[in-house]
Design a protein around this ligand. Structure first.
Ligand SMILES: [Fe+2]
Ligand SMILES: [Fe+2]
Length: 198
């Protein structure tokens, strides 16, 4: 894998680098057709992305409910553990499939956008580093609840909320950039050209 420029890292950039937007400029989001979006592969793939966006928003909602004392910490822990397990399990397999099966198909057929595919693969590493921090902080939060010490809820849940926000920001930006790179390619050439959609 070639090295990714610092300004193009997921933590630094704001959208895809300009030189990778040639097809996105030709096929901006609001022109993506239902035919493309409901294609065998694209439809399934976007469905996975929706699941991640929904899990992120459910965890965020649970954190705010806890902060507003609308749910008990036991209730929060139940929801949090279930949602986080779902996130970890699904995201790991999703990234594995993209890195080993999907990206190589695009890589072979779209020389011009190879740097973009390397960028996305690099994002996966950064996202997993961020997950490690998120899980460690989540475990600390649960331990604090379980120890039933006199704790300042607002403070520790507020701190966790910030870590969760940084993770969400990275994941959502990655999903968006990934769609902005791959859907215009499918719009231009079709799924079958890349050996997808069977
Ligand atoms: Fe990805
Ligand atoms: Fe993805």
């Amino acid at each position: 894998m070639s090295s990714i420029k610092k300004i193009d890292q997921l933590t630094e950039r704001d959208g895809l680098p300009k030189h990778l937007c040639e097809l996105l400029d030709k096929y901006p989001r609001d022109t993506w057709t239902n035919d493309t979006l409901n294609g065998n592969w694209v439809g399934f793939w976007l469905g996975r992305h929706s699941v991640f966006r929904e899990i992120c928003s459910s965890i965020k909602h649970a954190i705010h409910e806890l902060l507003d004392r609308k749910i008990s910490h036991q209730n929060f822990m139940q929801q949090y553990i279930q949602l986080m397990n779902m996130m970890l399990h699904n995201l790991e397999s999703h990234h594995m499939v993209e890195d080993n099966y999907i990206f190589p198909k695009f890589y072979k057929k779209s020389e011009k956008f190879r740097y973009g595919l390397e960028l996305l693969e690099n994002d996966h590493h950064l996202i997993h580093q961020s997950i490690d921090v998120l899980v460690a902080e989540g475990n600390n939060l649960i331990s604090s609840f379980n120890e039933k010490k006199h704790i300042d809820y607002k403070l520790i849940v507020g701190d966790y909320s910030k870590v969760n926000e940084s993770y969400n920001k990275l994941l959502i930006a990655h999903l968006c950039d990934e769609e902005d790179l791959l859907i215009p390619l499918v719009s231009e050439y079709g799924e079958e050209y890349f050996g997808l959609g069977h």
